[in-house]
Structure formats: structure tokens, C-alpha cells
Design a protein around this ligand. Structure first.
Ligand code: GTP
Ligand code: MG
Length: 525
């Protein structure tokens, strides 16, 4: 689309080298879904949605006999893939080869027979396998294997990273530990598809699309599921006048504004999820937010969900990040490492508030990559060294960035004078008058900068003395990226303590070293 072209021009203009030109060409081919198995976001969405529509979600018992269950289900048609996971019990995701098989299966599914309570008679593709001697396996060995849908614990991450012998491997492993798995992505699309079935009670032509980190390539296991209800197939549909000059139109209720329409749709769908939606709990309608949404928890998948409507800009931002992530694998690794580092230190949080959001943080990484000299690395020979250097440079870049005066602008790839007095100003790439980090307060920004300073110092040390570091226990010594994830030693950073203490001696010496480096850089320039 249009913005892919923009991405191209940004990189061409700033680099002007053939290698990068070729990279960008490849990336735009990727982005348009032409080659190398790397799809455009649109074709990826379409393919995943199709898979999801052919799938069912079944609550099972942990001792379920997998073979018997599959045999039982395959009476309705070939099963293409299946997997099990645990979330408040064991679940199976089963994808049939054909959509008809799902319909055939649903014809045989019974309505629960409850003696003490009543049920809402809403049928969906969320099913339960009832206890029967046939499906329970008798021996332990045939017990089903559940695939994890949450990340490994931070302590284990630190231990495992410390066992790697280069910083580059640490970065790659960290990305692998956290990135969404194939199964987790399938589950996310299946939840969207189940919600679509509910919303289709009102809007049969709707689709529910995931956006944000579930699909932009920067998702981490356990991240929320952002969705939007797409009604474009209804509102965007117009027809030309026929030869006779006659045209029939639907009569539709007028409303005060687009926002009012979005609010009333989300209000009704939210109510419907709350009252009828199997597995949807803790439904909150947050309709007065700048972007109205319905927040709830989808218990069978364990996902925290945000459902929005009429949210085309978010879809564009998602695609922008997706394309940037595809331009170069190091973009994804760097974003993942920085996100993980920020989360470990409470710079970002799972609760909304004055914290820097992952979205803002990702834009900050992209901006840094644009500002870097050269902007993205033209020589492909030293990938490993460069991947290491990028993280160090990222921390140095933001440790000394003039946040008080300047705004981050990834459209121009240049900092600009701040148009307003927010502590952190990052221009929204699609709505240039808006600041995507307006929520961030001075304390949070200071924490971020201080941590960048500390981490830059720690990495600098790791480079000179790897892989010996701090002893975590008798068997492992923490070093490199693992050290960055340990609690900060800077006073006032851990938790969200209000009291601020003066900078430690260590930080002072670090600042001096940074100042020295900046001076050196200026002299070189
Ligand atoms: P995590 O959920 O933290 O993993 O990252 P995320 O990228 O999904 O962020 P979040 O759930 O906060 O927001 C979802 C998506 O909404 C983002 O990826 C952006 O596309 C979009 N978004 C979030 N905040 C803003 C904002 O302030 N302005 C705009 N235009 N879009 C935003
Ligand atoms: Mg999200």
C-alpha cells in the first residue's frame, strides 16, 4: 500500500547504497506477499482467518486419550492439525481440512444438561469433552502433551542466557524464548474467529481482526490480544447506478458522529459478550476513551482482550511495524530485547498508566535505527558484531537524547522541536498532531533514561570481560544481556518508588564516560 512506498523512500533517501536498496526491494516484495514465504500482513491475515474458521476449541481432561479423540472427531472429515495447551484446564485446538467438517461436527454436539442452574442457549465452536471411559487413557505414557502458551520465568531466562557464549547468541535466544509460537498465533486467530461468530449475530458480514503485537511481529508470549471489529464490508459497499437510473438503498439509522456509532456498536457487542459469550469474563466497556473499547478476559485461551471498532489507524500502525520488522531480522531482535529489558525494570507495565507503552518503545527503537549512521546497516558481513553494537548504541542514544527539547518523528527520521510540553513526545506517524506517549510522566521518562545509562555501562563492561559476570548461584554467572535483566542497582528505580535519591557514584562516572564519548563523536564529525 501507500505507506510501504513511504518506508522505501525513507530508507533509500537516508542510505543511498545498493545493498540497502536491494534489501528494501526484497522487503517490499515480502510486504506485498510475492516471495520467499514472507507474506504481506493482509495475506497473512486472510490465511490465518481461514485456518481459524475451520477450527474448534475443545476443553478436555488431562488424561484424554488423544488417538481416540482424533478418531472420534475425524468422522466429520480430515483433521489438518491439532495441539493441546493448558489454561484453567486442558484445551485442544483442532483444525479440520474443510469448513464443512465443523458444521457436521456441530450437528452432533449436545446441549449441556444442567440440573441446578440454567444456561444461556448460545451455541459456538467452544466445546467441552465430557467424561467417558472411552476417552480416558489407561496408561500414563499416552497422556497428552501440552504446549506452553506463556513465557518462561525471568529467572530461568537469566540462567539460560548466561550459559550462552556470545552476546549475539544471547539476543537471538532471548527473542526465541519470548516470541509468539505458531500455536499461540493460531489460538489468537481462533479467539478472533469465535468473537466474530458472536458479533455476527448483529452484523453477519463482520470480521474480527487481530492487530498490535499479536500480528506486528513484535509480540511476546502472554501479550494482550488487540482486536477490531471490521464492518467495512458493510459501510464501504456502494454500487453504481444501473442503466435504468434506478438504485435501491438500505434504510439505515442516522447517528450524530462516527464516534457515536462506534460507541453504540461496542456497547451492544460488549453487552452481548458479557451476557452470552461463552468463556468471556470480566467484561468492561471503556467507551469514553480516545479509542473506545471493550476489555475482557477470554478464559479458555487465557488472553486479556481489547476489542475496538472502526480503528483503521491502529491497523496501519500495525502494518508499519510489521513491514519494518521484515526489513531486517535485527529489527525484531533489537525490539524484543529492548522490550524485555524495559519490562524487567518496570519501564513498561501490563497495567495502563504513566508508563511508556510497548508501542512507544518500539517507535523509539525504529527512530534510533533511522538516526543511526549508517541508518540501517549496508554491509551484511558483520551481522553478529552489529547486532551487539546496536543494543549498546541504542542505550547510548537514549541515555543522551535531548528529551526536554525534542520530539521523536519517524516520518521524517529526524528529531524536531517539541510542539507541546509533554515529558516524552513521539509524533503519531499517521495523525501528526497527536503524541503517542502523552500518558508518560517525568518520573517514568527519568527512569527510562537512567536505565539506558546504566545498561549502556553494563554492556560496555560485558564486552570487555565476557562471559564472566556476576555469580547468580554456584553454577551460573550472569553476564551480558542477562545482567541487563537483573534488578537495577540505581537507587529509586525498582518498583515505582516515589522518593528519589541522588545519583550514585557509579552513575556519575558512567555519565562522564558518556559525555566523553559524545565529545569524541562530535570531534570525529
Ligand atoms: P503489547 O500489547 O504491549 O505487546 O504491544 P502492542 O503493540 O500490542 O500495544 P498495545 O496493546 O498498547 O496497542 C495495540 C496497538 O494499538 C499498537 O500496536 C498500535 O498499533 C496501536 N496503538 C497503541 N497506542 C497507540 C497510540 O497512542 N496511537 C496510535 N495511533 N496507535 C496506538
Ligand atoms: Mg497489545
Amino acid at each position: 500500500g501507500k505507506f510501504i512506498h513511504k518506508v522505501n523512500t525513507v530508507f533509500y533517501r537516508r542510505t543511498g547504497t545498493d545493498v540497502v536498496g536491494a534489501q528494501v526491494d526484497a522487503a517490499s516484495r515480502h510486504a506485498s506477499g510475492e516471495k520467499n514465504g514472507c507474506k504481506s500482513l493482509h495475506s497473512l491475515l486472510v490465511e490465518r482467518q481461514r485456518q481459524a474458521e475451520k477450527s474448534v476449541l475443545i476443553s478436555c481432561q488431562s488424561k484424554t486419550n488423544e488417538k481416540k479423540l482424533l478418531k472420534y472427531l475425524s468422522r466429520h472429515g480430515d483433521i489438518k492439525r491439532h495441539f493441546f495447551y493448558e489454561s484453567y484446564g486442558v484445551y485442544a485446538v483442532v483444525e479440520f481440512a474443510n469448513k464443512d467438517s465443523v458444521a457436521s461436527l456441530l450437528h452432533t454436539v449436545a446441549v449441556p444438561c444442567v440440573s441446578h442452574e440454567s444456561i444461556v442457549p448460545f451455541k459456538s465452536r467452544l466445546l467441552s469433552l465430557r467424561n467417558s471411559s472411552l476417552v480416558i487413557s489407561s496408561n500414563q505414557s499416552s497422556q497428552i502433551q501440552c504446549l506452553p502458551q506463556t513465557p518462561i520465568l525471568m529467572n530461568e531466562v537469566i540462567q539460560r542466557l548466561s550459559k550462552e557464549d556470545t552476546l549475539d547468541r544471547q539476543i537471538t535466544s532471548l527473542t526465541e524464548f519470548y516470541q509468539l509460537t505458531e500455536e499461540n498465533i493460531r489460538l489468537r486467530f481462533l479467539v478472533c474467529s469465535l468473537l466474530k461468530d458472536i458479533a455476527a449475530a448483529y452484523f453477519p458480514e463482520c470480521t474480527v481482526k487481530p492487530f498490535g503485537s499479536s500480528v506486528n511481529g513484535f509480540g511476546k508470549l502472554g501479550c494482550d490480544l488487540d482486536m477490531f471489529l471490521d464492518l467495512d464490508s458493510i459501510s464501504g459497499w456502494t454500487t453504481e447506478l444501473t442503466k435504468s437510473g434506478l438504485l435501491l438503498e438500505y434504510q439505515m439509522k442516522p447517528a450524530n458522529s462516527e464516534r457515536a456509532v462506534t460507541q453504540s456498536i461496542l456497547s451492544v457487542i460488549g453487552e452481548c459478550l458479557d451476557q452470552f459469550g461463552p468463556g468471556c469474563v470480566g467484561v468492561h466497556k471503556i467507551l469514553n476513551a480516545r479509542c473506545p473499547l471493550v476489555r475482557f478476559s477470554h478464559q479458555p485461551s487465557g488472553f486479556q482482550c481489547d476489542l475496538t471498532a472502526n480503528n483503521r489507524v491502529a491497523m496501519k500502525s500495525t502494518e508499519l511495524l510489521y513491514v519494518y520488522g521484515k526489513l531486517d531480522p535485527r529489527v525484531q531482535s533489537l525490539v524484543c530485547t529492548v522490550r524485555c529489558w524495559a519490562r524487567a525494570h518496570g519501564i513498561t507495565s501490563s497495567i495502563s498508566g504513566a508508563w511508556i507503552t510497548n508501542f512507544s518503545l518500539t517507535i523509539m527503537v525504529l527512530f534510533f535505527l533511522q538516526k543511526r549512521n549508517p541508518p540501517i546497516i549496508p554491509t551484511l558481513d558483520h551481522l553478529q558484531d552489529l547486532a551487539e553494537e546496536l543494543l549498546c548504541e541504542f542505550f547510548e542514544f537514549y541515555a543522551t537524547f535531548p528529551f526536554n527539547r525534542m520530539s521523536i518523528n519517524i516520518r521524517k527520521g529526524q528529531e524536531q522541536n517539541k510542539p507541546e510540553v509533554s515529558p516524552l513526545h513521539i509524533q503519531n506517524p499517521f495523525e501528526s498532531s497527536l503524541n503517542i506517549s502523552q500518558n508518560v510522566n517525568t518520573t517514568q521518562l527519568k527512569n527510562f533514561v537512567t536505565l539506558c545509562q546504566e545498561s549502556s555501562w553494563l554492556l560496555y563492561q560485558s564486552k570487555t570481560m565476557s562471559p564472566k559476570g556476576v555469580a547468580v548461584d554456584s553454577t551460573t554467572t550472569t553476564w551480558g544481556i542477562a545482567t541487563l535483566l537483573l534488578p537495577s542497582r540505581v537507587p529509586g528505580i525498582k518498583g515505582h518508588r516515589k522518593r528519589r535519591e541522588p545519583a550514585s557514584e557509579r552513575i556519575k562516572s558512567l555519565l562522564e564516560s558518556l559525555k566523553y564519548k559524545t565529545q569524541q563523536k562530535k570531534t570525529k564529525d
